[in-house]
Design a protein around this ligand. Structure first.
Ligand code: MG
Length: 212
């Protein structure tokens, strides 16, 4: 079994994986999973500070369920997808929304330091996967509520799809997309991502220095 992943080899993320969220950003529901990467250097733990860089415009929270890959996997059939995953964790796919819209690629918008708050992983054994719910709160107010059953592409489908492209290795992370309700963060805000049974993820937002 894999322990917590302080520096996963790769972090594969899925965009627009809840229909209501795709619509709130004005997009169609994708026909195939839409993948992008976040860099391991973006990870901060619970309690770490999310730094909003100067001059990048709107920066949003995106509460997400993250899964940790437990075994090396290549071209896994969907029926075996769950067996590849060992842990889950609360995650926040912090996004510079204006840059995401203007850049052709999302590397910059998704890749700033501190843009991946990641909670302590918990083993999937014993977790009622089908009942998983994700909640995001900003300053104590509920902003997102997502159920794993509402995903367009469920976790085993994602494992199958991604492992058909690239070998998944122990410790890699898969972020499964955010439900509707995303919104901007401002310095001083406190954002929490909660998944029942997993340690809570709570982070404060601070302003970055202009030359930071
Ligand atoms: Mg996301």
């Amino acid at each position: 079994m894999v322990a917590k992943p302080p520096r996963p080899g790769k972090i594969v993320c899925v965009g627009r994986n809840y229909a209501a969220h795709a619509r709130e950003l004005g997009h169609e529901v994708p026909a195939e999973p839409l993948l992008f990467f976040k860099p391991p250097s973006a990870i901060i733990p619970a309690g770490g500070e999310i730094v909003v860089p100067a001059g990048v415009g709107r920066v949003d929270f995106e509460g997400e369920v993250a899964f940790v890959v437990g075994t090396r996997a290549r071209s896994v059939p969907r029926e075996e997808g769950w067996g590849v995953l060992s842990h889950l964790a609360a995650a926040n796919d912090v996004t510079a929304r204006d840059l995401q819209r203007t850049d052709g690629q999302w590397t910059r918008a998704k890749g700033f330091d501190t843009f991946l708050p990641l909670g302590e992983p918990v083993a999937l054994e014993g977790v009622d996967r089908d009942a998983l719910e994700l909640r995001t709160l900003v300053n104590g107010e509920l902003r997102q509520l997502g159920r794993i059953g509402e995903m367009i592409f469920d976790p085993p489908t994602l494992v199958s799809f991604i492992s058909g492209i690239m070998t998944l290795e122990p410790g890699d992370l898969i972020l499964t997309g955010t439900p509707e309700g995303v919104g901007p963060l401002a310095p001083g805000d406190e954002v929490q991502v909660r998944i029942e049974g997993a340690p809570p993820l709570r982070n404060r937002v601070v302003a970055g220095a202009r030359d930071g």
